[in-house]
Write a protein that binds this ligand. Structure first.
Ligand code: BES
Ligand code: MN
Ligand code: ZN
Length: 500
């Protein structure tokens, strides 16, 4: 899908489909809709007055133009209430539109919405959102289909804009949108990939490709190197599988004048069976996506490097399977993490915090700051916040605020949860420094408190993405399956730091 900003009007441009939008209560007589209505003999006005076109958000009407304008189809799409229109709604709007284009076999289309005049997003944000929406809404995962019955491709999308003065901003937005959506799709591909195709070795291979594309530093540690680093918690989880684990380190250096190096940590559990504390078979296949945090971090690094952001970032991805093999961890075992702390494993299914314990210790030891980790960590967070909100935990107010702002700009939902002192006792063990489960209540919180034992005083934030890493509904920019959650937030967060 190619994107271009071009001058022109709905009645003169020749594409397969022109796209216009109406708000609730619009009479359809102004701007591009008005022009189109005139060319089509007043049909849009009719549809509105008869109540067929209501302008409800994402409501779609496809009109065949029968030669009255050069484009075969005219789409009149609902934008909802004008006062509620914003960049995120626009992004979702483009996602909905692109699926209509596909359904109607359009190979090219032109958006005739204006950035400024709806009181919504500015020009760069506008074009960025349209590109993100189109690419993400059109995303399909078909790698393992040997036959493709619906192989329709949309070749070209135009954004109609006659004001030369805003062209540069719009073209910049297109580029940001293309890079961002590319990274989100890369993360989606990794998460959708079944566990037999996305092993720790496959993750490392993808990280190597990112590194060689953009000249990043990369280290992939194997079992022996992890032993040297005394990563007993990660190695403990990796005991139960014969699939070799990896600890992936990716280095991007975008500003040699800055001393500070930001740490991004992503859980790379390529399949979580629960281990000896085996999960029930229902939904177990979803656990191929337990590496969604790691995927988001690798994909964000790809985008950060492409955008040449003026920051230094190191990404850490502990990658392994969690299986109940003959050498697997047993409930009651005690492990020693690389920062020297001992952990009683009361539940082998609470493995995410174990592998993160060693990754966070490594981040602290190497002076990374701030540290942000992403992990499909707890079912409890999914229960608490549902499918669209990720949970945020932090020991640093400013960092939390910056992440929430970044999520908001990126179109992802993030909600901060507390880390009360009072709950720390729940993680106390009778025989070791700490145990790996604080029980049923406040499960997302006790998991975050566990992680905090490994971050020391370093400014740190933990994002629990167990809710939004997958979706079972196609809507807006989301398509059933992996969402690529976190990529957009991380890109905006790092790009915000680069401007400081
Ligand atoms: N990967 C899971 C959490 C998860 C569940 C993510 C569902 C996405 C969807 C994690 O490793 C896990 O099993 N957590 C346990 C922790 C418990 C044993 C303390 C959980 O949430 O049940
Ligand atoms: Mn688990
Ligand atoms: Zn897990």
């Amino acid at each position: 899908m190619k994107f271009e900003v071009r001058p022109g009007g709905v009645n003169t441009i020749a594409t397969d489909a022109v796209i216009t939008g109406v708000f609730e209560g619009d009479a359809g007589q102004v701007g591009a809709v008005g022009e189109l209505d005139a060319a089509l003999g007043g049909i849009i006005g009719d549809l509105i007055s008869s109540g067929e076109v209501k302008g409800k958000l994402y409501e779609m009407h496809v009109l065949h133009t029968l030669g009255k304008i050069p484009s075969r189809l005219a789409i009149v799409a609902g934008m909802g209430k004008q006062a509620e229109w914003d960049t995120d709604k626009l992004r979702g709007f483009a996602g909905e539109v692109v699926r209509v284009l596909r359904k109607h076999k359009a190979k090219s289309a032109a958006f005739a919405l204006r950035a400024g005049n709806e009181g919504g997003p500015g020009h760069a944000d506008f074009s960025c959102a349209v590109v993100e929406g189109c690419l993400l809404g059109d995303y399909q995962y078909k790698r393992h289909m040997t036959r493709d019955e619906n192989g329709h491709e949309i070749g070209e999308i135009l954004l109609l804009e006659n004001d030369q003065a805003v062209l540069e901003a719009m073209v910049k937005g297109l580029e940001m949108g293309r890079i961002t959506a590319g990274a989100v799709m890369m993360a989606r591909d990794m998460v959708n990939e079944p566990a037999n195709h996305m092993t720790p070795a496959n993750m490392a291979e993808i990280a190597r490709e990112v590194a060689s594309r953009h000249h990043l530093g990369i280290i992939v540690m194997d079992r022996a190197q992890m032993e040297k680093e005394k990563m007993g918690a990660l190695l403990g989880v990796a005991q139960g599988t014969s699939e070799p684990p990896n600890f992936i380190v990716l280095d991007y250096r975008g500003d040699s004048a800055k001393k500070e190096v930001v740490g991004l940590v992503g859980k790379g559990l390529t399949f979580d069976s629960g281990g000896i504390s085996l999960k029930s078979h229902e939904f177990m296949s979803d656990m191929k996506g337990d590496m969604a945090g790691g995927a988001a971090v690798i994909a964000a690094m790809d985008a950060i490097a492409q955008m040449k952001l003026a920051v230094n970032v190191t990404a850490l991805i502990p990658a392994t399977e969690n299986l109940p093999g003959g050498r697997a961890l047993k409930p009651g075992d005690v492990l020693k993490a690389s920062n020297g702390k001992t952990i009683e494993v009361v539940n082998t299914d609470a493995e995410g915090r174990l592998i993160l314990a060693d990754a966070l210790s490594y981040a602290v030891k190497n002076g990374l700051s701030p540290i942000v980790d992403l992990a499909t960590l707890t079912g409890a967070c999914h229960v608490a916040l549902g499918d669209i909100y990720a949970g945020l935990f932090s020991n640093d107010r400013g960092l939390a605020e910056r992440l929430i702002k970044a999520a908001d700009k990126g179109g992802e939902k993030l909600w901060q949860l507390p880390m009360p002192e009072e709950y720390r006792d729940l993680n106390k063990s009778d025989i070791a420094d700490i145990k790996n489960s604080g029980g049923r209540y406040g499960g997302a919180i006790t998991a975050a408190l566990f992680l905090q034992e490994f971050t020391g005083e370093t400014p740190w934030a933990h994002i629990d993405i167990a809710g939004p890493f997958m979706t079972d509904k196609t809507r807006g920019v989301l398509v059933k399956g992996a969402t690529g959650y976190g990529v957009r937030t991380l890109i905006r967060f790092i790009s915000g730091l680069s401007e400081r």
